[in-house]
Design a protein around this ligand. Structure first.
Ligand SMILES: Cc1cc2nc3c(=O)[nH]c(=O)nc-3n(C[C@H](O)[C@H](O)[C@H](O)COP(=O)(O)OP(=O)(O)OC[C@H]3O[C@@H](n4cnc5c(N)ncnc54)[C@H](O)[C@@H]3O)c2cc1C
Length: 937
């Protein structure tokens, strides 16, 4: 099993609104595609002198395990809680989006009989990183144990078996002081693994909503100060109401949860506080915890429109914010440059072939809003089978043992890099921040140096052994000499020996006998010594022989091993959409603690079903490329070009604009040089400096895919993945991983890292040719037919994307996501609106690059849309009833009215743009409260 493979799990594609993605549609609007028919530290760390520099902005969440896992400040989004524990190194090592959570290959059935304890306070994110905490904390529930278990092999067995539902599941209901019921976490049945289910019961619903079960979040405390200051009883009443509402919604997200129905179903005695229920209901609705997505409305949307909004971009974030604002009663128009919705969710559909060209994997189901959407929309979620055999550059399988050894080494290297950063604080070399790639290569060269030092030490040992033998031989020689001398002496004494009768004197006889015996004894002793020395000689020579035979390798990795290691690096580059050299060593994995747990799944019917469903009842103007965004204290004016009717421009006037342009497009917009690029959006006035700096600092990566549609399957039909080891380090990301996730014979090859950009300037024919030769190398020339259809993506060249997704680049940090999320108030030059009136923000931002805890993902983009809708409603429609006016993230004048559910009083927001000719028109438009557009050409 390959952690990084699972870490990879990004892919993607999006159905074409109104007609599906086809090869013909690719040009210009087609998602940048072209198609054609046819744990232990390695020793070497000791060998470097490490420089420490503390000047890198903010502390890393990983630096102080257990405490600093808490991000600096919560964005005011749904991710209301912060983790209390840090990820284990195991979690850190293989990045985020597609790290494995469950080993589906493991069918062992072990019954765990979990019992819920409703004192659990962890959110999905916390659970994913709380392996150790769960063991040590008495208050940590068994539920938390169970979830956290999914991080180790043993637990995967447990999880799988628990979900097999063979009667072993304990669905115990337990009650806590909160009075909440915690039904069992039956999860999925083995047969039903593809069906997205949320954890059952109230606790499961709260977990699914990313909230702590038995405590208020910071946002909740700010919005309910009366409750937060009221002691434990008040908290419990609040939590029971909030948790019950979430339970009702998660249980049935296909139907609007109205206040009336909610009140009817709240268990007594909590229904005796209708005002509080109403406030909690409004709060949850406003912040996108209930009544989001596509559901049957029981109450109509207010017909009188309350303020006009332009949303730029019909990607998942734009659609999310538009749906929310529309249901809050605002007048919304979505402007989209492509001829389809979905943005970086784009599905290729032709005949029976389906392939996602952009996003492809739902990375963890628990806590993921996509799980709720999948209940509302026909999403066919299929778990990914994580087994991933590797094939070498010669097409031969990499032996399992070798594969395992190198994978372990890869993980050790990542752990060492993390140690370097978070323990030794080695994040700067001189004045330059260090990249993950640099750190890894340094560790590798330290390992190489270490290997050479080991080799040198070994040579020393050999020389020492040889010297010992030489010395020993000298000794033997000397002893031999002594033996010879003694033998001669002994012989001479014997020869000269006189019989006793011939010696008159007893003393002389005794001396003669004594000399003879003494010499003989000496001779025997010396002979024995010689034998011993000879024995020792043999041992010394044997030792020398063994030393000579068992010398350490002169290299750390053989060239073949290095290529296998490069495969793992390529996989990491895939997950981050960039070369490792571009990633901040300190912050590259800053979002790891927020990973969702549970199945990683693909959407078998194509991910585009989600954005297409989210278009319901929205006014979306496709083929409308925004050219200019003018904003002022009175409102906004958006100039867009209609791409169908060349040269025709439209100007849209509204109270505010939500910009979901990708980070790549924003980078072009703030580039100083006059851009020759196809899609250059002008901000007037230019974006404030803090925003521009953040746009420049944060990275926007690239990842490409090659889709190959065949008439038959010639690969192992049971495997979803297989890896191909490249022939050089430089080309490691080229076609390194193949996915087979469709029910039809479709292979999807990934091009990551450096290769992702290179491939964009190569023709389709050459790329397809490369794919075919890789496949023929593995499966044999005769086994691989010509593909029937092919598609090659080029996300970097796509003018409406300019890359694939964001990453934390060298010199950047998680805070830049917050800066990218912050709205802009005209003429205010900082990102933190104070409660003193500074004017209303007119320019809001959503998108995957604006959400610190869930960046680079579909769910992150979606949550960013929910977040902005809540923020805009707070500013423009007033806070939900009872919210104090100084809750901190909005200006006071926004809270000029009181809203409860749909009863909203709007202050006069007539846009009065400074331009005198347009102001009247915009005023009229605004007064008429209709989302209108003015065709100029
Ligand atoms: C190859 C690839 C694989 C991926 N794999 C995964 C995955 O497996 N799982 C996952 O969770 N995420 C994955 N992602 C990331 C995911 O697709 C994105 O995070 C998410 O779709 C971004 O949504 P968004 O609304 O922020 O941006 P987008 O979807 O890009 O929306 C922005 C919209 O703005 C439009 N636009 C641009 N310029 C203009 C203009 N001038 N005027 C009007 N409109 C304009 C664009 O056309 C686009 O529709 C992948 C992305 C890629 C590229």
């Amino acid at each position: 099993m390959k952690p990084t493979t699972q870490a990879g799990g990004v892919g993607g594609g999006g159905g074409v609104a109104g007609g599906g993605y086809s090869s013909g549609a690719a040009a210009g609007n087609g998602a940048g595609t072209s198609s054609s028919v046819a744990a232990k530290l390695p020793e070497p760390i000791d060998y470097v002198t490490l420089i420490s520099d503390d000047s890198d902005g903010e502390p890393s969440p990983k630096r102080t395990p257990g405490s600093s896992g808490k991000p600096k400040f919560d964005d005011d989004s749904n991710d209301a809680t912060t983790p209390s524990t840090t990820a284990t190194s195991d979690e850190r090592r293989t990045s985020r989006r597609n790290k494995p959570k469950v080993d589906y290959t493991n069918t062992n059935k072990t019954t765990t009989g979990n019992t819920l304890n409703t004192t659990s306070e962890n959110t999905p994110s916390e659970k994913s990183s709380s392996t150790t905490a769960s063991a040590s904390s008495a208050s940590t529930s068994q539920m938390s144990d169970r979830r956290s278990q999914s991080n180790n092999h043993q637990s995967r067995k447990s999880e799988t078996s628990t979900t097999n539902g063979g009667g072993g599941n304990s669905t115990t209901t337990s009650t806590s002081g909160n009075g909440g019921t915690g039904n069992g976490t039956t999860g999925e049945s083995g047969r039903d693994m593809g069906t997205p289910t949320v954890l059952a019961g109230q606790e499961g619903a709260v977990f699914q909503s990313r909230l702590p079960f038995s405590k208020m979040t910071t946002n909740e405390e700010a919005c309910f100060p009366d409750i937060s200051g009221s002691g434990i009883l008040g908290h419990r009443v609040f939590l029971n109401i909030r948790n019950s509402l979430l339970h009702m919604w998660v249980d049935n997200p296909k139907v609007q949860l109205t206040f009336d129905n909610a009140l009817k179903n709240i268990p007594p005695p909590f229904d005796s506080e209708p005002n509080l229920v109403r406030r909690v209901h409004s709060f949850l609705e406003r912040h996108g915890f209930i009544n989001f997505g596509i559901f049957r409305r029981l109450q109509p949307i207010p017909s009188k429109k309350l303020g006009k909004v332009i949303v730029i971009g019909a990607g998942i974030s734009g659609l999310a914010v538009a749906q929310q604002l529309q249901q809050f009663g605002m007048d919304v128009i979505v402007l989209e440059a492509r001829d389809r919705v979905g943005g970086r969710i784009a599905t290729f559909r032709k005949n029976s072939y389906i392939a996602d060209l952009g996003a492809m994997v739902v990375t963890g189901v628990y806590g993921n809003p996509m799980t709720i959407l999948s209940k509302q929309i026909g999403m066919d979620l299929v778990p990914i089978q994580q087994t991933c055999p590797l094939y070498g550059p010669d097409g031969k399988p990499v032996p399992k043992e070798k594969d395992d050894v190198i994978e372990r080494e890869f993980n050790r290297l990542l752990e060492s890099a993390s140690y370097l950063s978070h323990r030794l604080d080695f994040n700067y070399a001189g004045n330059c921040p260090v990249s993950l790639g640099d750190a890894l290569e340094w560790i590798i060269s330290m390992q190489e140096k270490h290997a050479m030092q080991k080799r040198a030490m070994h040579m020393h040992e050999i020389i020492a052994a040889q010297n010992k033998i030489i010395e020993h031989r000298k000794k033997v020689k000397a002893v031999k000499q002594t033996v010879a001398t003694l033998r001669l002496e002994h012989k001479a004494l014997l020869r000269q020996r006189a019989p006793k009768s011939a010696i008159s004197d007893d003393v002389t006889y005794a001396r003669q006998e004594y000399n003879i015996r003494n010499t003989q004894l000496k001779l025997e002793d010396t002979r024995q010594l010689l034998d011993e020395l000879r024995q020792q000689s043999k041992q010394l020579e044997l030792k020398l022989y063994e030393l000579e035979q068992n010398g350490p390798s002169d290299v750390y990795l053989s060239s073949r091993d290095r290529l296998i290691l490069d495969w793992h690096f390529a996989n990491l580059e895939f997950a981050n959409a960039t070369r490792l050299n571009n990633l901040s060593l300190k912050h590259w994995d800053q979002d790891d603690d927020f990973e969702f747990i549970g199945h990683h799944t693909t959407v078998r019917n194509g991910y585009s079903c989600v954005p297409v469903a989210l278009t319901e009842n929205l006014d979306i103007r496709v083929n409308s490329a925004v050219k200019e965004i003018k904003y002022g204290s009175q409102g906004v004016e958006i100039v867009a070009e209609n791409l169908k009717t060349s040269n025709s421009q439209m100007t849209y006037k509204a109270d505010l604009v939500v910009c979901t342009l990708t980070l790549g497009v924003l980078k072009v917009a703030v580039a100083h040089e006059e851009s020759q690029q196809g899609n250059t959006v002008k901000f007037d006035p230019p974006l404030p400096d803090w925003k521009q700096q953040a746009i420049r600092r944060l990275g926007f990566g690239n990842l490409n895919k090659v889709v190959l549609c065949f008439d038959r399957i010639f690969w192992d039909p049971n495997a979803n993945l297989f890896g191909h080891v490249g022939s050089t380090t430089a080309s490691r990301g080229e076609l390194f991983l193949f996915w087979s996730i469709s029910s039809t014979p479709v292979l999807l090859a990934l091009v990551a890292g450096m290769a992702a950009n290179i491939v964009e300037s190569v023709t389709d024919d050459i790329i397809i040719g490369r794919c075919m030769s890789v496949l023929k190398n593995i499966y044999g020339n005769n086994s691989v037919p010509q593909p029937k259809e092919t598609v090659v993506t080029r996300w970097r060249s796509d003018p409406w994307a300019r890359g694939s997704y964001s990453y934390v680049s060298v010199g950047s940090s998680g805070s830049d996501y917050d800066l990218l999320a912050a709205p802009v108030i005209p003429n205010v030059d900082h990102p933190h609106p104070s409660k003193d009136s500074e004017g209303l923000p007119r320019l809001f931002f959503a998108g995957e690059h604006t959400i610190r805890n869930y960046p680079a993902t579909v769910h992150g983009a979606y949550l960013s849309g929910l977040r902005e809708a809540g923020r805009i409603a707070d500013y423009y429609l007033g806070y939900p009833e009872g919210t104090p006016s100084d809750i901190g993230y909005s200006v006071v004048e926004a809270a000029n009215s009181v809203s409860v559910g749909n009863v909203v009083k709007l202050r006069d927001l007539s846009p009065n743009l400074s331009d005198s000719t347009s102001s009247k028109k915009s005023e009229e438009n605004s007064n008429s409260n209709t989302a209108d557009s003015v065709e100029l050409q």
